[in-house]
Design a protein around this ligand. Structure first.
Ligand code: SIN
Ligand code: FE2
Length: 205
């Protein structure tokens, strides 16, 4: 079982969302992107663009620019607050996160063909007792997860549309990333690609 080989604290729920739930989420995300357009973040200091495009919903959104990584209440380009987190995602969090407060940020990552995400840990939050809850939609991707040290061994896991994965407890600060997409493996998105949503609690409950 692939589950057993995953680092402690990782909870993997393959195909947790059925096809209809996935389509409903995509429609909600399209609405969010109309209000809060996808943007291309750049790396702190170097200004090198990410290969994924992103936006957020929730009271806070995660952004990266030359000044660093941070959470902020306003979209960096429109200057407007992020749209609210849709109810189905809040329900998913209350059912799975085992945390007494709602998520404050939902990062929406859009991967086109060739996009990837280097190994990193999610550590810009002030509350690590809450897990990071990830939802995958669209094309399959090779996710990689390791331990809390960058140098440690890592494990690949093929994430598919409808998969939910939680990094909590021992794995809350685990290094993870996306090696590659498998283009054409899903028909969920009209033009292919992959959407990953991560729900995060930023401030202490
Ligand atoms: C992330 O770590 O922000 C994204 C992970 C993923 O795309 O599955
Ligand atoms: Fe991450």
């Amino acid at each position: 079982m692939v589950d057993k080989a995953l680092p402690a604290g990782v909870r993997y729920l393959p195909r947790f969302l059925d096809a209809q739930a996935q389509r409903d989420l995509v429609a909600l995300i399209r609405d969010i992107c109309r209000d809060a357009p996808l943007f291309t973040p750049v790396m702190p200091r170097t200004g090198k663009p990410f290969s994924v495009r992103m936006t957020n919903c929730g009271p806070l959104g995660w952004v990266s620019d030359r000044d660093g990584y941070r959470y902020q209440a306003l979209h960096p380009q429109t200057g407007r607050p992020w749209p609210p987190i849709p109810a189905p995602l809040l329900d998913l969090w209350s059912g799975l996160a085992d945390f007494p407060a709602p998520p404050e940020a939902c990062l929406i990552n859009w991967y086109g063909e060739g996009a990837r995400m280097g190994l990193h840990k999610d550590s810009d939050e002030a509350e690590f007792a809450a897990p990071v809850l990830s939802v995958s939609l669209g094309d399959d991707a090779r996710f990689r997860i390791g331990g809390v040290e960058r140098k440690g061994p890592t494990l690949p896991l093929r994430l598919m549309s409808g998969d939910v994965l939680l990094m909590g407890n021992e794995s809350r600060l685990a290094f993870h990333g996306i090696d590659r997409l498998y283009p054409g493996t899903s028909t969920l998105l009209d033009h292919g690609g992959r959407i990953n949503l991560t729900l995060r609690r930023v401030n202490p409950a």
